[in-house]
Write a protein that binds this ligand. Sequence first.
Ligand code: AP5
Ligand code: ZN
Length: 210
Amino acid sequence: KHILLLGPPGAGKGTQSKRLAEEFGVEHVTTGDALRANKGMDISDMDTEYDTPGEYMDAGALVPDTVVNAIVKEALTTAGGYVLDGYPRNLDQAEFLSEITDLDAVVYLAVDDDELITRLTGRRVCEACGENFHVEFEPPEEPGVCDECGGELVQREDDTEETARERLSVYEENTAPVIEHYREAGVLTDVNGEASPDAVFDAIVDAVES
Ligand code: AP5
Ligand code: ZN
């Protein structure tokens, strides 16, 4: 299966993608995680505004297409099936994607802006294993400690309120048109991302299997 999961920052793409990858026995391909693992990579030879992906990310801006397209192309070439999360984020990326692969399901997780800010600023991530928590909606048994591995929970650098709002505005300008592009093509399934994680998961599985 080739599954594309779209939605604004904090919509639950990461949370659901991990479960979907397990459910369908496919790979979770995420540009956000790939870039976080390469925040300090030297991209100065690509004639970009900043010298590393991390500088774009900490500003809430999009990393240049040349960098991200290369990551996705390589990841999709080696993956059999996949859940793609965090890409495409603008129409040029959507065009590039259509040249390298086909899609079986495109799902859009809709969540209101106020809820997104609450989710992003309350998110905590395990430094050791990457598991996501939320101080209110998905609290760990012991504050600050990962249930899975005992690692330390930290806040992502781009999850401050100021940067989260910047990410939402970058989303509105660049990524909302991508949603409309797939909607007009008649391939998009809308899922209410404000339901419980289990209900959201069931709705996505239905969309993929229909
Ligand atoms: P990226 O890592 O992709 O971040 P994002 O799209 O902003 O998405 P998030 O990871 O913040 O949210 P999510 O939808 O995965 O939600 P989650 O499941 O964690 O990108 C980061 C940066 O990298 C970008 O700003 C950019 O600089 C760069 N980048 C990445 N891709 C790029 C690209 N293609 N092109 C250019 N630049 C790129 O959930 C959020 C919180 O809510 C969690 O705490 C979770 O526990 C909670 N939660 C989840 N579901 C529910 C629910 N149903 N109910 C209640 N709480 C919930
Ligand atoms: Zn952990």
